[in-house]
Design a binder for this molecule. Structure first.
Ligand code: PLP
Length: 452
């Protein structure tokens, strides 16, 4: 009955308000207004409290094959019945873990062939940081400790990874020190910082900022450059084409490790299996999460080049690092099935040849809108830049929250996008239809009109 449903909802909200501390949420706001209870999801839609919303964020950029696929539920149930869990420490493995490691190695570009499993993107990046330190010790260069990261970066929420993040709000309140551990350089964010330069010129200049930092601190002190091919979380920042090949060349020249954080871009989002292929560069280390299991299970991976893993493995010494649930059999089995679906349904080529170009063509029509400064798209990832003045690219003060208002107006029309500080970020599921893309564009146009 409706009363029973209302009572059940009220109970969940009450328990949650009293006992649940949420990530990336103002706890006080939850005291004043109850949390929104989401309780079902199918295809590109999420449902809760009587609403059905088109999720143009695919969860948080992870549900690539769409919600509610029974194949994954079946694999999870079968694996759980067969062997619910066993660890992978001290020379033990399980069949799906070995298969998945080999599958990732086969898909990954270049010599990225050795996989370490963890549970979240943060843990994969944290693992990378520890192994990089070990690598340089093994190579007799323990002084190489500095990690170069970039403004607008997001690499995770653990202590070390939040130090890499490009917004001080993510490390300052927790007293996490970045000094001596991380150096930040400019982001290749042409729309905001390109000035009069062409994207091409600006991309080179942004790459050179990395080399300037290397020369300033001394190459002998730099361990690695850490970077997302597209900075997704803080604005879907798509670098100019000139950027990545030059960053790679700079790292090679100074023998500095290059880490591609492909937690969002990995497994097809840009229309190639990995964004390194889209942008034409090759990293020494790559981190993966989200799309690895389409968010059906928590699982992540650090993928190492042969050269890197050879150095880690050249000495007989236990690797003193790992997680109880590293290479969890259920998570690895689900991830394998997810990759199989991506391949069988040709979802990555669909992005390159069909739905990606359609998404880009339709979404860029929003550039006509007086509030929109730029629409940038790569595959199925997009950023819509909100501008106060298009000609001068002047922005609204971030505190005004114009992006939030547009996001709320879109939500009221049944669409989820993510406001990210004067940008709206979109990364819909790969199974999105043309009609659903049309709905996204229409709902956004109306939301922009309402706020303008
Ligand atoms: N790296 C990137 C590029 C991400 O976007 C994220 C999460 O959004 C992470 C790392 C952290 O992943 P997780 O939230 O699974 O720890």
């Amino acid at each position: 009955t409706p009363e029973a449903l209302r009572a059940a909802l009220a109970r969940v909200q009450r328990l949650d308000q009293r006992h649940h501390m949420h990530p990336f949420t103002d706890p006080r706001a939850l005291v004043q207004a109850p949390p929104f209870v989401m309780d079902a999801a199918q295809g590109c839609y999420v449902m809760g409290q009587g609403l059905r919303l088109l999720d143009a964020m695919a969860g948080l950029g992870c549900v690539n094959i769409g919600y509610g696929r029974p194949e994954l539920a079946e694999v999870a149930a079968e694996t759980m019945k067969q062997m619910s869990f066993y660890h992978s420490f001290a020379g033990v493995t399980n069949p799906p873990a070995a298969e998945l490691a080999a599958r990732i190695a086969a898909l990954a570009p270049g010599a990225l062939n050795r996989v370490f499993f963890a549970n979240s993107g943060s843990e994969a990046n944290e693992t990378a940081i520890k192994l990089i330190n070990l690598y340089w010790r093994r190579r007799g260069q323990p002084g190489r400790r500095l990690l170069i990261s970039r403004d607008f970066a997001y690499h995770g929420s653990t202590v070390a990874t939040s130090a890499l993040n490009g917004l001080t709000a993510m490390h300052k309140p927790f007293g996490i020190r970045t000094v001596g551990h991380v150096a930040h350089v400019a982001s290749p964010f042409w729309y905001r910082f390109g000035g009069d330069l062409t994207p091409e010129e600006f991309g080179k200049r942004a790459a050179d900022a990395i080399e300037h930092k290397i020369m300033e601190v001394g190459p002998q002190n730099v361990a690695a450059v850490f970077a997302e091919p597209i900075q997704c979380t803080l604005g879907a920042i798509i670098p100019p084409e000139s950027y990545w090949p030059r960053v790679e060349a700079i790292c090679r020249k100074h023998e500095i490790l290059l880490v591609a954080d492909e937690v969002v871009t990995g497994f097809g989002r840009t229309g190639r299996w990995f964004a390194q292929e889209t942008f034409g560069f090759q990293a020494d280390l790559m981190t993966l999460a989200k799309g690895l299991s389409s968010g059906y299970q928590p699982i992540s991976a650090l993928v190492m080049s042969d050269d890197f893993s050879d150095v880690i493995g050249e000495q007989s010494e236990v690797l003193q690092h790992g997680f109880t649930t590293s290479a969890h059999p259920v998570a690895t089995a689900v991830a394998l099935k997810n990759l199989q679906i991506l391949e069988e349904e040709k979802l990555v080529t669909r992005i390159a040849d069909d739905i990606g170009p359609y998404f880009a063509a339709r979404l860029t029509t929003l550039e006509q809108h007086p509030l929109v400064g730029e629409v940038r798209v790569s595959g199925l990832i997009a950023g819509i830049e909100i501008a106060e003045d298009k000609a001068s690219r002047r922005q609204y003060p971030v505190d005004l929250g114009v992006d939030q208002l547009v996001g709320q107006a879109a939500l009221a029309r049944g669409l989820i996008v993510r406001p990210a500080g004067n940008v709206l970020v979109l990364c819909p599921p790969f199974v999105i239809s043309r009609a659903e893309v049309d709905f996204i564009v229409d709902a956004l146009a109306e939301a922009l009109d309402q706020i303008h």
